[in-house]
Design a protein around this ligand. Structure first.
Ligand code: NAD
Length: 260
C-alpha cells in the first residue's frame, strides 16, 4: 500500500544527515512538502533540497539551532511564510554526547545533550502544537531511542534526555488529543548513521553490537523512515501517546535467546 501525504507540510529537524535525511526523502516520495531543518550543514541541506526537487518533490531548507528558542520561533515563522503552516513535525535532531561515567562527566556536556535532545524537541513541539491545535489537526513525531528504556553506561545524559522526551510526548498527547492532534515516539535501535560510526566501523564494536540485536543486522535509515511516514499518516489515525520501537528486537531481552 502506498502512503499518500500530498498536501501535508512536514518539518524534519536535523535533516541534513542520517535518519533525518532518510525521513525527509521518504516523506517527499510520499508527496509531502518537506522543510529540512539544519544547524550548520548548509551544503548538505541544499543538496537534499535539490535532490527532492529533481525527483518532482517540494522542499525548502531552514536553518536553526533547535536549542535556541528565538531561532526555533523564527524557523516556524519562515515555514508559515513559505507554506502557511505545518501538519507534521519530526523532532529528530539529537546528539549522543561525550561518553563518561557520571562522576567524571562535565556539566556543559550534560547541558548540551539535554538542551538539544529534550529542550530542543520541546521548543519545536511547542511551536508546532500552537499551530496544530488551532487548525485541529497534526502529528508530532519524536525520535527517541531504545535508550528511552534501556540504560547505557557512559551516557546518562542521553538516556535521561530520551526517557524524558518519551514522557514529555505522552503528556503532550493527552493535552492534544481532544484537539485532533497526535503525538508519538519512534524509538530506533542501532541504525547505521554518522552518530554511531565509531561503533559500526570498528569490527569488534560491530560484533559486540550484533550480539544485542536478535535480527542479526544493524538497521538502515530506511527501516526507520518507512515507519515514520506510516505513523505520521492517517493509516495511524488511532495511535497517540505511545512509542513504536524499530530495533530488530533489541528491546526484547536478547540475552535470553539461550539458556536462562
Ligand atoms: P546524525 O548525527 O546523522 O543526525 C543528527 C542530526 O541532528 C545531525 O544532522 C545534526 O546536525 C543535527 N543536530 C544536532 N544538534 C542540532 C541542533 N542543535 N539543531 C539542529 N540540528 C541539530 O545521527 P542520526 O542517527 O541520524 O540521529 C538522528 C536521531 O535519531 C537522533 O535524535 C538520535 O538520538 C536518534 N537515534 C539514532 C540511533 C542510531 O542508531 N542511529 C538510535 C536511536 C536514536
Amino acid at each position: 500500500m502506498m502512503i499518500d501525504l500530498h498536501g501535508r507540510r512536514v518539518l524534519v529537524t536535523g535533516a541534513s544527515s542520517g535518519l533525518g535525511r532518510a525521513m525527509a526523502l521518504t516523506f517527499a516520495v510520499c508527496g509531502a512538502q518537506v522543510a529540512l531543518n539544519y544547524r550548520s550543514d548548509e551544503d548538505e541541506a541544499s543538496a537534499l533540497v535539490q535532490q527532492i526537487q529533481a525527483g518532482g518533490g517540494t522542499a525548502v531548507a531552514l536553518q536553526a539551532d533547535v536549542s535556541d528558542p528565538a531561532a526555533v520561533a523564527a524557523m516556524f515563522e519562515q515555514a508559515d511564510a513559505v507554506w502557511g503552516g505545518i501538519d507534521i513535525l519530526v523532532n529528530n535532531a539529537g546528539i549522543d554526547g561525550a561518553r563518561a561515567p557520571a562522576w567524571e562527566g562535565q556539566v556543559p556536556d550534560w547541558n548540551d545533550v539535554v538542551d538539544i535532545n529534550l529542550t530542543g524537541a520541546y521548543l519545536c513541539a511547542r511551536q508546532a502544537l500552537q499551530r496544530m491545535v488551532r487548525q485541529r489537526s497534526g502529528v508530532v513525531l519524536n525520535i527517541t531511542s531504545v535508550h528511552e528504556r534501556i540504560p547505557w553506561g557512559g551516557h546518562s545524559a542521553y538516556t535521561a534526555s530520551k526517557a524524558g522526551l518519551s514522557m514529555m510526548a505522552r503528556s503532550m498527547a493527552l493535552e492534544a488529543a481532544p484537539h485532533g492532534v497526535r503525538v508519538l515516539c519512534l524509538a530506533p535501535g542501532a541504525i547505521q548513521t554518522p552518530i554511531n560510526e565509531d561503533v559500526w566501523s570498528d569490527p569488534q564494536g560491530c560484533e559486540d553490537l550484533l550480539q544485542k540485536i536478535p535480527m542479526g543486522r544493524i538497521g538502515q535509515p530506511e527501516d526507520v523512515a518507512n515507519v515514520a511516514v506510516f505513523l505520521a499518516s492517517d493509516l495511524a489515525a488511532y495511535m497517540t501517546g505511545t512509542t513504536v520501537y524499530v530495533d530488530g528486537g533489541m528491546t526484547n531481552y536478547p540475552g535470553f535467546a539461550h539458556g536462562g
